[in-house]
Design a protein around this ligand. Structure first.
Ligand code: COA
Ligand code: AMP
Length: 636
């Protein structure tokens, strides 16, 4: 089968194409309404289908001969633990935990927040929620109580599931006090908080809503799968937008299952029974799609790795995992490979392991820079696939479709649009740009199955955030171009979102936090190039008149504020005092211009600038402070 014909079919006959893909899944009732449009023109996939995602991902495989196949391999270099859970064992655990939730009143449509480290119980909790037809919202463990509280308040969960601690290399991070603080901060209070006690730190169970996981499981009766509609939500996953309030991306059951099942073969070239390892975290979309649902829906074995690419214990960790578990496809962020390369530039650790099981390394979360691409390709002699996607889409918008036809790769490009995604480059007025011209990367509607249906509780924000700029298109927020051969190049965000070690963060949110400091009159946060993490945030701050504060003290206080509010994961480690910031005459800080200076791009000074002299001044400061990328990048 050729990529071109598959892609063409998906664009010309979407309903027929996706009905065929939906056939690969065990529905309770196969949908008749494949693709429908409501009165407002919004698209829906598989609306009248009946199904249960946990059934499709677990029970179905047990019923069809995979009961004894490993479903989850757990490997934790930080606790020296390893284990294997078969599909049968996973089914038992999921059904029991669903019973625990059911006994606490969780029913179809209720929300359950999961705040857990990388352990099997995180996956068991997610699947148990799905089994009941309820909606999970997993929050990444690196987020601070304030972030967790914002999500609790928005999702209004009946239950929170957590663990006593997570382990970060050598640090034990106690989760329970963070959860307690978040619940105290949130106006919404859950009925119950289920805590898995880990031996590295035991949580204090002082609240009347606290329930011990192990005790509850011992008393539980297994619960069955609840049928849901194709358009019923499976989960809410919060992601950073341009403001301080994160966006709750809503994923529906039907489209999600169909898209992920299809992607496992079309993009990742996996067969049921193969071992797939996404070295991410269940708190991110990569973890949702390719640690949990994608591999399990496809009958593969997935890997839960509680460790880092380096320091747990060394830069050979990934290669050791590949050898030990015969991993066929490895998926990680480019940052992980930059970290490995930094510690082991000759890849001498690689020589210690047999990685012959591995056929492809997939990377996403941020742009795969050509040097990292070339290093990984040369050292491993494997196919390297850069693929572009977002929390919103849930699966790859562009990729080298390894299971359809491997295309020659071009470093710096995420290859071609995945079947179903009609990718266009638009100018600010919404006109399609010719090859080689940079513009806004947009996707012509309808998007394929699996993409976000709305923002939780805020359909207007969904429309204004994604559909308003270019009517008839989804606006991705990324800039880029398509070359003469049709290869797509994603060059970076066009808004105030940055990518730090493959983690998506809002500079707007950091600005709101540091602006609260007494000494600060005005501030902005920009992403500057970082050779390891891709980008790191830096605050440019203006002091209030008459304020005298030592710059180091101020910086330390601002770092502490961001760590407290967002968490260590923000990697906010630098603040620079500046005499003024370039602004428009109406007083808006010219963030895009600052982004362009930092990225060493051609600077476009808008005619609305208040004082043109402020540009040269800030440019000189940023140069002197080392905030400008040494390498010039293409304009956006
Ligand atoms: N819970 C609590 N804290 C966490 C955390 C978690 N789950 N994950 C990270 N943190 C903390 C870290 O301990 C660190 O804290 P510190 O500032 O007190 O040291 C901070 O957040 C930053 O973490 P990280 O970005 O992971 O930096 P690092 O220096 O510890 O590690 C890398 C560097 C490159 C090894 C690491 O960033 C990495 O593995 N990157 C790959 C990213 C990835 O997989 N992304 C998923 C998207 S696909
Ligand atoms: P997230 O929603 O956290 O997955 O982040 C999505 C954003 O990460 C995208 O909008 C891009 O800016 C960036 N991104 C992810 N994958 C890639 C990639 N392969 N190439 C370029 N940018 C990427």
């Amino acid at each position: 089968m050729s990529y071109r014909s598959e892609y063409q079919r998906s664009i010309e006959q979407p309903a027929r194409f996706w009905a065929e893909q939906a056939n690969a899944l065990p529905w309770y009732k196969f949908p008749q309404d494949i693709l429908t449009q409501d009165n407002e023109g919004n698209y829906h996939w598989f609306e009248d289908g009946e199904m249960n995602t946990a059934y499709m991902a677990v029970d179905y495989h047990v019923d069809n001969g995979r009961g004894n196949q490993p479903a989850i391999i757990y490997d934790s270099p930080v606790t020296n633990a390893k284990s294997v859970l078969t599909y049968k064992q996973l089914q038992q655990q999921v059904a029991l935990f669903a019973g625990v939730l059911k006994a606490r009143g969780v029913t179809k449509g209720d929300r359950v927040v999961v705040y857990m480290p990388m352990i099997n119980e995180a996956v068991i909790a997610m699947l148990a929620v799905a089994r009941l037809g309820a909606i999970h919202s997993v929050v990444f463990g690196g987020f601070a109580p304030h972030e967790l509280a914002v999500r609790i308040e928005d999702a209004a969960p009946k239950v929170i599931v957590t663990a006593s601690c997570g382990i970060e290399v050598a640090k034990v991070i106690e989760y329970k006090p963070l959860v307690d603080e978040a619940i105290a901060l949130s106006a919404h209070k859950p009925d119950c908080c289920i805590v898995l006690q880990r031996p590295q730190a035991r949580a204090e169970m002082h609240s009347t809503i606290d329930v011990d996981w192990t005790t509850a499981m011992a008393d539980a009766r297994p619960a069955g799968c609840v049928a849901v509609k194709g358009t019923d939500p499976l989960y809410i996953l919060y992601t950073s937008g341009t403001t301080g309030k994160p966006k709750g991306v809503v994923r529906e059951n039907g489209g999600h299952a169909v898209a992920l099942k299809y992607s496992m073969s079309a993009v990742y070239n996996m067969q049921p029974g193969d071992v797939f390892w996404a070295a991410s975290d269940v708190g991110w979309v990569v973890g949702h799609s390719y640690i949990v649902y994608g591999p399990l829906l496809h009958g593969c074995t997935t890997v839960i790795y509680e460790g880092k690419p380096v320091r747990t214990p060394d830069a050979g960790a990934f290669w050791r995992m590949v050898e030990e578990y015969k991993v066929k496809a490895l998926f990680a962020a480019p940052t992980a490979f930059r970290a490995i390369r930094k510690e082991d530039p000759q890849a001498s650790e690689l020589n210690k392991y047999d990685i012959s099981s591995l056929s492809t390394i997939f990377m996403a979360g941020e742009r795969l820079d050509p040097p990292t691409y070339l290093w990984t390709a040369e050292k491993t002699a494997k196919s390297i696939v850069d693929h572009w996607w977002q929390t919103e889409t849930g699966w790859a918008i562009c990729a080298n479709p390894m299971g359809i036809e491997e295309m020659p790769a071009k470093p710096g490009s995420s290859t071609f649009p995945t079947p179903g995604f009609n990718v266009k480059i638009l100018d600010p007025r919404g006109n399609e740009l010719p090859p080689g011209h940079q513009g806004a990367v947009a996707i012509k509607l309808p998007m394929p199955p699996g993409c976000l249906a709305t923002i939780w509780g805020d359909f207007e924000r969904f429309k204004s955030g994604y559909l308003k700029d270019f009517p008839g298109y989804y606006c991705s927020g990324d800039g880029g171009y398509i070359d003469d051969d049709g290869y797509v190049y994603i060059m970076g965000r066009t808004d105030d979102v940055i990518n730090v070690a493959g983690h998506r963060l809002s500079t707007g949110e950091m600005e709101e936090i540091i602006a609260a400091h007494d000494a600060i009159a005005e501030c902005t946060v920009i992403g500057v190039h970082c050779p390891l993490k891709g980008q790191t945030p830096v605050g440019l701050v203006l002091l209030k008149d008459g304020v005298a504060i030592d710059e180091d003290t101020l910086q330390a206080e601002l770092i502490a504020m961001v760590r407290k509010e967002i968490g260590p994961i923000a990697c906010f480690n630098r603040a620079v005092v500046v005499p003024r910031l370039p602004k428009t005459r109406s007083g808006k800080i010219l963030r895009k211009l600052l982004r362009q200076i930092a990225a060493n791009q051609e600077v476009a000074v808008p005619s609305t600038i208040d004082d043109p002299g402020s540009v040269a001044e800030i440019e000189a400061i940023m140069q002197a402070q080392g905030l400008v990328n040494d390498i010039a990048t293409e304009t956006q």
